[in-house]
Design a protein around this ligand. Sequence first.
Ligand SMILES: Nc1ncnc2c1ncn2[C@@H]1O[C@H](COP(=O)(O)OP(=O)(O)O)[C@@H](O)[C@H]1O
Ligand SMILES: O=C(CO)[C@@H](O)[C@H](O)COP(=O)(O)O
Length: 506
Amino acid sequence: MGTYLLGIDIGTSACKVAVFDQKGRLMASGTGDYRVYYPHPGWAEQDPQDWWNAVCRTLPGVLEKGHIHPRKIAGIGIAGQSWSAVALDHEGGVLCRTPIWMDTRASEICREVNAKIGADRIFDLCGNPLQPSYTTPKILWYQKKTPELYGKIRWILQSNSYIAYRLTGHLSQDLSQGYGLHCFDMARGRWDADMAGDMGISTDIFPDIYPCHAIVGKVTAQAAKECGLCQGIPVVAGGLDAACGALGTGVLHPGQTQEQGGQAGGMSICMDQPRGDARLILGCHVVPDRWLLQGGTTGGGGVMRWLEKEFGAYERVLAEKQGRKSLDLLNEEADAVAAGSEGLIFLPYMAGERSPIWNPKAKGVFYGLDFSKTRGHLIRAAMEGVAFSLKHNLDVAESLGVKVDVLRAMGGSANSLLWTQIKSDVTGKPVDVPASDTATTLGAALLAGVGVGLYEDFDRAVDQTVEVRRRHLPDSDKRPVYEANYRSYRKLYDQLKDMMREGGDS
Ligand SMILES: Nc1ncnc2c1ncn2[C@@H]1O[C@H](COP(=O)(O)OP(=O)(O)O)[C@@H](O)[C@H]1O
Ligand SMILES: O=C(CO)[C@@H](O)[C@H](O)COP(=O)(O)O
């Protein structure tokens, strides 16, 4: 058996590919960008073929960069973004682009199904509210709005499962991504045919459910040819990116908490019981007999990506000249502004908002602009607004009696020392940062490691591979200004939500 592990992350902004040795040392990594399509207000789609093409485009270069012969790879784990509805026909062909986790087109369908079945009955089974960004409403949208396409659907897959399918030819659904479906019995980890039937769908369109570290197949000759691997490498079911990232930051025991710094924001609190709340998100962890109580927001690292894309032309030119990253220059501009952004408040609701307000019509807002404000104020206020949304979700979780001590940061945002410090100052929690933007791929790789027997169990896998590289402690001097701004942040949404036509159709 080889001694390297391959982790793949089908993130929102890009696919990340990374090879680790058995100690979790990063041997090589690469990213393959792809688009999010926004064809209509409230819509957000991606093309699963783009995902696969990005894997095939990126993987050979990573193996070459790391001088890793594919034969040395012991196993492959795949992490994926949440709540896709990849529609396959009987031949396994992709029928359409999939709405992704930011898509809120199915708001009206949610209202109809909640009225028909009852929000409480749905929540009691799956531990989650029926909200448009989940997978179930997207399936029902296919059924209602594109009946001809719906009639051709044989399978509905999640993002990581689609890549596992392209690699192995085998269909699977992992436990951690079950939470996107409201016919998923959260406590038992199985499909509920009665609930599915009452919703008007059959569980026949979903593959069998596997533990996340279970081997679901081996790389086929065709896949090996397309992506530069060797035939026969074991592939495990994989799991949700946030859950893989939690594992990759060492979050696997009750109370430990991952802070999500990808495109999306939020957190994942590890529990040993499936205790949910309709304002938050409940899912199976990728670690057996563990669940994650999550905050999932739309405006995470993606806010900085949007600022850089739309307002960072100057920084891109300057960064090119200096051989630096434009995001680092944006960070420096924000760092030059005082904590609290001199009263500038940002609501990060850039694609509606998920937890804890669940308003698909919520909008991003800058409040407090005047001629004294600069680019740096906008950037810092955006960072602080994302931190406020994290605090809002944490406050709801802690109001339920769930204890959160230390946050373990992951995702691209954790590369920012300033942003991570702001999150610590705003939440009042220490923030530990392991390998920041490789935690998700590491978590996926650890699933493969446990699945193929390189690690005896998850504790040993984490002990051997996860180490905290820096710790941020909250600065109490900044607490007053952040508490005042957080009050303004909450008041601002309360006063604007009617104008945003809360809960209105997309
Ligand atoms: N140095 C940085 N400062 C601020 N934000 C950053 C930095 N590096 C990356 N990011 C943010 O991290 C996000 C990408 O994180 P990643 O975990 O790769 O996301 P995803 O998995 O959703 O594609 C981008 O939206 C980007 O804005
Ligand atoms: O919904 C969640 C996790 O529950 C989000 O994390 C999405 O899965 C997007 O992840 P990134 O692409 O932002 O990492």
